[in-house]
Each structure stands twice: as structure tokens, then as C-alpha cells.
Design a protein around this ligand. Structure first.
Ligand code: M6R
Length: 610
């Protein structure tokens, strides 16, 4: 989950690396470092903490070089301190490596190198790489060959970039399991974990595949595999703009991304709803649409917020297509020998398209012959490329670690998929048209809810010191309760749990007292009366209640402490609306607590390690 960036060209690489690292900070931010090579000399600068601290440190050094690499770290092995920060280097301090991933057999490699006299100064797995590469160089190999040979001994995952004082005309970069792209410029080239780091300089991108290793010179590159086979790489012109990944005047990316949702979900549905036919058109699924509709069973595999979207998807798919649908954490799916049979379709949902567990689950399912379909936001990401077919959510870049607009765009795509399958099976034209029509109204309804921002901020103020929160919802809104709780805990560090409302009496009710805020998701639907009973139960025990309720519901106000009134829609689309106030509530509580909303502690945007 670390971020890596490299530059070779004619400009001073230092500001390019620092700016690239700032863009990559969402991947990890516990330490950062750069190393640069100039006139057959080199230096490395590292710092604990965020990239801005590294930048301050570098400012006084007057550094200038045309070749360099940089890294922002999310610690896996070894404490997040300056020593363990990347780049790591050999004893002579003339060869530098940055690494994203985990070297699983690092202990074995380390012991072997120690026997040869290599000394280790960090607690990281990554430090074996410069020493191992160095050991092959000392046997007379070129840098490229040495990296190839070293990676041949490594088990685990990596996206790496290597520079060496004695071959100062190149960066060597390689990937297995961790994302890496090459950016092509005019007399300059870049490597990075993702395009956001280099978008200010180029839109010409080459995506590395697992097993690829490249030599990047300032004016060309060559590509092979770790096993030394030639590979052809295609250059892609990407359309993303820098504006799309800037904060655009908002104090935090998270708020910007919450506010963007009317537009982001318009983009998710643009050109995909066939109103007259009451169905959807998803180009990426056309080749598999019949197989999909004929599925005996649908599985959905994902992590975190994407898993919550999957749960909503299960409710939609089972209600309208009558295809049994199961949802499983990708991390569980891949390790428990899941039952996959002929006729099963598996969706892999991932904003980043790089989540290690989800990617591994996709690979496992393909080995077993299942139809693996991706629902991803990041274009060209590993899951998007490796799935048999799929749909992009088109939410635009999501930078805030807490996922918001990616979730709602996933829900839109899942409803379009449901519509597609259901209309191919037994859904009537009238019902199809109703869903299509309601879907198209959602962006405006979200805009209405976003106007409640200030009101929700006031509620946040009243609850910012709470130690625990309970989120309760039924049916389609049970996954929303889980999502609301996840948003709160990840950015405000308040313990929060989501439950199906009716389950409360089987345990969580014991937690209720006057200190326990309970958020009820209680729109006027078929379970409304039941949820009102649950509200009464909490009220009777002194719990403080916030209700997300239908705008026409005048009765609920007297039962609860705070109400957030939202427009109605059909049940399957209700999560697209009910989740919005919960995102805002979590956001404002975290801001009021003075926390780093976009980069909460211990987390990273893209979890590319197991
Ligand atoms: O990129 P992905 O959708 O695969 O990421 C999955 C989770 O890591 C992610 O949703 C995580 O739970 C978010 N921080 C939630 O806000």
C-alpha cells in the first residue's frame, strides 16, 4: 500500500518526486523518503511522518538531480520511523530501492545474505532487496540482470523501482501483485504506483503486468519479464484531468467527494439507462449478458465499503432476478476453498481495483473456471484488467481514505446490473421503466439531502464526544447501517457497530443507556412500523436517537432526539439516499474532533497487502 514514484529526464527531479508523493499519500503516510543520483554521486533523505515534513527537511539541502525515486510508506514490517522509511540501500550507499508489497521469504533471504557478510540496519522486509541486488552486481551482472535475478528469489508481492550510481542513465522497475505504471514524457519518463502521481506531467501511460520488468531511460524504455521473455507494452492515452484529483476549494477530499455525488452517479449511469425498454445497457457486460442472466448462482466478493455495496447488491439481485446471491469478504473467500460450480458468476467489487484480497479472490475464481466480473472505479486497474468482463463505476478519482462516492456509484452499477438481468428474465416492462425512472431522479434527490449539510453539522456537534455509536437499519438499509458505522469508526476513531434493527433485542440492547447514541435508518417502507417499535425500545432505555427518516414522516419527530428528513424513492434505491446523511455525520464528527479526515491513522486508501 505504499506509494512509489520515480523520474528520469532533464529537469530537477526533486519537486517532481515530492509532488508525486503528495498525490500518493493516500496510499500510506507514516514516513517518506527520496534518493537522487547526480554526477556519479547520490544521496537519500527520509523522514517519519507526512511528505510535507520530508519536503521541509529537503528545502535546506539545495538538492538538484535528474534521476531519483521517492516513496511514501504504510508500515507492514517494522515500526513507522525514519530508519525503516524507504528508499533502502546497499552498504556502499550507491544503490537504492523503493518497494510496495511484502517480501514473504525475507527472513530466509536475509539469513543467506548475512552469511555473505551483509549487514541490515532496518526491521523491514524490503531491505533485503538492495542487498540481494547488490550481491548479484558483485558477481559481475548488470543492474537489470541483477534485479531480474534477485526477483527470481523473492516470494511475495512487489512494485519496485531501483536506481544505481554506476548506471545513472536508468530506473529499473518491476511489478508482481502491486500496481505500477510507466509514464512517457518528452525526453523524460516516470514510474509510479498510479497515474495520479505523474498526471501533471504526462497522460501517456503504460500499465505493467505482474512479472514485468522494465528499464526506463530518459528517452525510451525496454520491457521483459522477470524470466527474461520479451514483452510488448501498449501506450494508453488517459483522459483523467488534474482538476479531478484536486480538492477544488473544499477543506477535505472527503467532503468534496460527498458533495460530488449527484455528478458522480450521473456519470455512473450516463448512457446506460434505456428508458423506453425499461432496462440498462452495459457495454462491458454485453459479451457475457446471456451467461450472466443464466447464472445459477451469483457470488459477490469484496472488502470494506465495497463489501457493503455487495450486500445491497444481494438484496437487489435476489428480489428482482430471483438468482441466489451470496456475498463474501474477499479475504475469506480466497482461503476457504469456496464452492464454485459451473453456472456461477462472481462479481468482484473494488473502488481501487488493486485490493490484494479481492484481486487474489478473482485469480482463484478464474483458476476454478468461474465467470469473474469486475466492478471497479479505477480504469486500467488490476482487477479491471484481469476480470473476464466488467463495468466501470465512473465515479472519478476518490482520494479520501473513507470511501463515499465510490460506494454510491457501486450501488448505481449494481442496480443497472439487476435491471439488465431481471428484464432478461421475468421483470415486466412497466416495472423496468419504474426502476429506470426512479434511478434517474436519484442525483437530484441527493442534491436535496446535501443541503442538510449544516443541519447535520449541528447534530455532529452534539455527539462528537460520544464513545460508542450504534447504527440500526432493516432490509436494504441494514448494509447502510454497517456502512454508516464503518465511516464513523475509520475517520473519528469512535467505536461504532451496525446491526439489523431487529437483532438489537438479541444482544446490543444491553449497551443502551443515556450515553449511547443510536442512529436509526427509518424511511417509510414496509418495515417502518417494526423499526418504530425498535425506536421505542431504545427510547425506553434512555438512548439518544438520531433518525434518518422520510420527509413526509411527521410522526417520528416526537420519538427521537434528532431527525434528518430525506426524500423517498423505491426500496432498492433507498440506500443511495440514506447513506448520504451518515457520510456527512461521520465527516463532521471527525472534523470537530480535529482529526485528519482524509488520512486517518493506520489506514491507507488502497490495501494492496494481505
Ligand atoms: O478499493 P476497494 O474498494 O477494493 O477497497 C476496499 C476497502 O479497503 C475500502 O472500502 C475501505 O474499507 C474504505 N476505507 C472504507 O471507507
Amino acid at each position: 500500500m505504499c506509494g512509489i514514484v520515480g523520474y528520469i529526464g532533464e529537469r530537477n527531479c526533486v519537486p517532481i518526486l515530492i509532488n508525486g508523493l503528495k498525490r500518493l499519500e493516500y496510499r500510506g503516510y507514516d514516513s517518506a523518503g527520496i534518493s537522487v543520483i547526480f554526477d556519479h554521486d547520490s544521496t537519500v533523505v527520509k523522514n517519519k511522518g507526512k511528505v510535507s515534513l520530508l519536503e521541509n527537511k529537503i528545502e535546506n539541502l539545495n538538492l538538484s538531480a535528474r534521476l531519483g525515486i521517492g516513496h511514501t510508506r504504510w508500515a507492514t514490517h517494522g515500526a513507522p520511523n525514519e530508519l525503516n522509511a524507504h528508499p533502502h540501500f546497499n552498504a556502499e550507499k550507491n544503490l537504492y530501492v523503493i518497494h510496495n508489497g511484502i517480501i514473504e521469504n525475507y527472513q530466509t533471504i536475509k539469513k543467506g545474505l548475512q552469511k555473505l557478510g551483509y549487514e541490515f540496519i532496518t526491521q523491514t522486509d524490503s531491505e533485503v532487496l538492495p542487498h540481494l541486488i547488490d550481491s548479484f552486481i558483485k558477481k559481475g551482472n548488470s543492474l537489470f540482470k541483477s534485479v531480474q535475478l534477485a526477483l527470481g528469489e523473492v516470494e511475495g508481492t512487489y512494485g519496485i523501482a531501483v536506481i544505481y550510481e554506476n548506471e545513472p542513465d536508468k530506473i529499473i522497475a518491476a511489478r508482481k501483485g502491486s500496481p505500477l505504471v510507466l509514464g512517457i514524457g518528452e525526453n523524460e519518463n516516470f514510474v509510479a504506483s498510479d497515474v495520479s502521481a505523474i498526471l501533471a506531467h504526462t497522460k501517456q501511460i503504460v500499465y505493467l503486468e505482474d512479472g514485468d520488468i522494465i528499464q526506463v531511460y530518459k528517452d525510451h524504455f525496454t520491457a521483459k519479464t522477470i524470466l527474461d521473455k520479451e514483452v510488448e507494452k501498449e501506450v494508453h492515452e488517459i483522459t483523467m484531468s488534474l482538476d479531478e484529483i484536486d480538492k477544488g476549494g473544499f477543506p477535505h477530499f472527503m467532503l468534496k467527494e460527498i458533495m460530488e455525488q449527484p455528478e458522480s452517479i450521473r456519470n455512473s449511469m450516463r448512457g446506460r439507462i434505456l428508458f423506453d425498454e425499461g432496462t440498462s445497457k452495459l457495454g462491458g457486460l454485453e459479451s457475457v449478458a446471456d451467461a450472466l442472466a443464466g447464472s445459477k448462482r451469483i457470488l459477490i466478493s469484496a472488502c470494506g465499503t465495497s463489501w457493503h455495496a455487495g450486500l445491497v447488491g444481494k438484496y437487489m439481485l435476489e428480489q428482482f432476478t430471483r438468482i441466489p446471491t451470496e456475498v463474501e469478504y474477499a479475504s475469506e473467500f480466497r482461503y476457504r476453498n469456496p464452492i464454485i460450480e459451473k453456472g456461477d458468476t462472481i462479481f468482484f467489487i473494488s473502488q481501487s481495483g488493486e485490493t490484494a484480497d479481492t484481486l487474489a479472490a478473482l485469480r482463484e475464481s478464474k483458476i476454478r473456471g468461474a465467470l469473474g466480473l469486475g466492478i471497479c472505479n479505477v480504469v486500467g486497474s488490476s482487477i479491471a484488467r484481469e476480470s473476464n468482463a466488467g463495468v466501470y463505476t465512473h465515479a472519478g478519482p476518490e482520494i479520501g481514505v473513507a470511501s463515499t462516492k465510490a460506494f454510491t456509484s457501486q450501488l448505481v452499477v449494481l442496480s443497472l446490473i439487476t435491471l439488465l438481468i431481471a428484464r432478461k428474465k421475468n421483470m415486466s416492462l412497466v416495472d423496468g421503466k419504474t426502476i429506470a425512472g426512479e434511478l434517474s431522479l436519484i442525483p437530484d434527490k441527493i442534491s436535496e439531502i446535501l443541503k442538510l449539510n449544516y443541519e447535520i453539522e449541528k447534530i455532529a456537534n452534539a455527539f462528537k464526544d460520544a464513545k460508542n455509536f450504534l447504527y440500526l437499519g432493516r432490509g436494504y438499509n441494514f448494509p447502510v447501517a454497517l456502512e454508516g458505522a464503518l465511516k464513523l469508526k475509520e475517520i473519528s476513531y469512535i467505536h461504532a457497530e451496525g446491526y439489523p434493527a431487529a437483532e438489537m433485542k438479541h444482544g446490543p440492547i444491553a449497551l443502551i443507556d443515556e450515553k449511547m447514541p443510536v442512529v436509526f435508518i427509518a424511511p417509510k417502507d414496509s418495515t417502518y412500523e417494526k423499526i418504530i417499535s425498535n425506536i421505542q425500545e431504545v427510547r425506553a432505555r434512555g438512548g439518544r436517537i438520531i433518525a434518518v427518516a422520510s420527509e413526509k414522516d411527521n410522526d417520528i419527530d416526537k420519538l427521537v432526539d434528532y431527525t434528518i428528513k430525506i426524500p423517498d424513492t423505491i426500496r432498492m434505491l433507498m440506500p443511495l439516499l440514506t447513506v448520504i446523511p451518515l457520510q456527512l455525520l461521520a465527516y463532521h464528527i471527525a472534523v470537530k474532533k480535529g482529526l485528519n479526515v482524509d488520512q486517518p491513522r493506520n489506514l491507507a486508501k488502497s490495501v494492496t497487502v494481505e
